[in-house]
Write a protein that binds this ligand. Structure first.
Ligand SMILES: *[C@@H]1O[C@H](CO)[C@@H](O)[C@H](O)[C@H]1NC(C)=O
Length: 425
């Protein structure tokens, strides 16, 4: 079935089978079978290099060790957040004069990256690092990988790196198109499995997602996230504009990356925090936090540790969801998930959004009501409905012709799992 036909069917809301289309020949390094989960400093800690004035916030081994400890002690690692990824601003300005190897900042990473990697591994975590394909890193802070692909890949392997975030600043379009596959081969040749995160499509006017999915485990398709509802909804809009194409190329081993979870910082309300987490789970996005784990408020921490929602994000079908409906300020986003019935009917995670701004009352909770078959839920035996934010809130059984209503907070979300019934007998 063609993608265009699939899109039409989606519009008619008559079937979900079409979202089963998957590109088979993706990157196969055995990694990222579900979306990677972890932590990255960039949105919160930016490029702070002054450890004298900002000792707790500067990009340093102190921050990384502190975060490693908190990932474990606060229960994040046990919930799945295992990749601890250093973003830009870890390097010295120049390579080693003799060996041309990349050098970590001597002031801020005095023990060296190999020791830091060992420490991260000793906590049961995985070690990620940032690099750039071009002449310089995006913050101008260190040398890019240009002309040193094999050396840098070997350096990372020697340090025990498990995940490489490869940015694309200061590289031309053709350098990107050749460079991303070539650096991926350099990683492969080291023999050390490393998740390969590419910013490739972000730098292209017309990205070739089929090609990108053949070379990368995940790829950034939108601009850097900011700590605001506007930024979250803007990235969601960019996803939904291209969702048929984006979803078709994602699956186990290869994921669309809408950038970090900004939960736990300054500007997302509790409801907006729920919204980002729900949508990132529906679209099978990596769950990479960016926050200070020491000061995440308890109610936000509970969201980040919600096992039911993490279970949707990490669902083994590996099928990303879509926005299926917009009605004024209400949106409905759906992801097919396990369990699957013995007739092949899938279960669904469904997020109902109230983006606010409704004429009658822009910032009120709003009721939305829909017959389930209109959303493509057509298992005649019906669905058991559970509130993903509160598993003790069980709604019981709904048949396809039944109406489901939900009351959604402004700039907020309700999020449910509609599970097909287990086989009879
Ligand atoms: C290298 O690529 C081959 C072929 O796709 C794959 O089987 C192997 O697991 C890869 N090795 C690493 C270390 O990524």
């Amino acid at each position: 079935m063609s993608i265009a036909r699939c899109h039409l069917l989606l519009l008619l809301l008559s079937t979900w089978d079409c979202v089963g289309i998957h590109v088979v020949n993706g990157l196969e390094n055995g990694l990222a079978r579900t979306p990677p989960m972890g932590w990255m400093p960039f949105e919160r800690f930016r490029c702070v290099t002054d450890c004298v004035r900002f000792p707790k916030d500067c990009i340093s081994e102190r921050l990384i060790r502190r975060t490693a400890n908190l990932l474990v002690s606060e229960g994040y690692a046990a919930a799945g957040y295992r990749y601890l990824i250093i973003d830009d601003c870890w390097m010295e300005a120049s390579r080693d004069m003799a060996t041309h190897e990349l050098l970590p900042s001597e002031d801020r990473f005095p023990s060296g990256m190999r020791n830091l990697g060992n420490y991260i591994h000793s906590k049961g975590l995985l070690f990620g690092i940032y690099h750039d394909l071009g002449e310089r890193t995006c913050m101008f802070q260190g040398p890019g990988a240009a002309r040193h692909f094999n050396l840098d890949a070997r350096t990372f392997a020697n340090w025990g790196v498990d995940y490489v975030k490869m940015d694309g600043c200061f590289a031309s379009e053709s350098e990107l198109d050749q460079g991303y596959p070539e650096f991926g081969r350099a990683l492969n040749h080291t023999g050390r499995p490393m998740v390969y995160s590419c910013s490739w499509p972000y730098y292209k006017a017309r990205p070739d997602f089929k090609l990108i999915a053949q070379h990368c485990n995940l790829w950034r398709f939108a601009q850097d996230i900011q700590d605001s509802m506007a930024s979250v909804t803007n990235i969601m809009m960019q996803y939904s504009k291209k969702q048929t194409e984006l979803a078709a190329h994602a699956g186990p081993g290869r994921w669309n990356d809408p950038d970090m979870l900004v939960l736990g910082n300054y500007h997302l309300s509790y409801d907006a925090s729920r919204l980002q987490l729900a949508i990132w789970s529906v679209i099978a996005a990596p769950l990479i936090m960016t926050n200070d784990l020491e000061s995440v408020r308890p109610e936000i921490k509970n969201l980040l540790l919600n096992r039911d929602i993490i279970g949707i994000n990490q669902d083994p079908l590996g099928q990303p969801g879509h926005k299926v409906l917009t009605s004024h300020n209400i949106q409905v986003w759906i992801r097919p998930v396990t369990p699957v019935s013995n007739f092949g009917k899938k279960s669904f995670a469904i997020a109902f959004l109230n983006l606010g701004g409704f004429a009658e009352c822009p910032l009120c909770p709003q009721v939305y009501k829909v017959q389930l078959y209109r959303l493509g839920l057509n298992s005649r035996r019906g669905y058991n409905v559970m509130d993903l934010f509160n598993r003790s809130h069980n709604f019981g059984l709904y048949k396809p012709k039944d109406s489901f209503s939900t009351r959604i907070n402004p700039e907020g979300v309700t999020f449910y799992k509609f599970s097909v019934l287990p086989p009879k007998g």
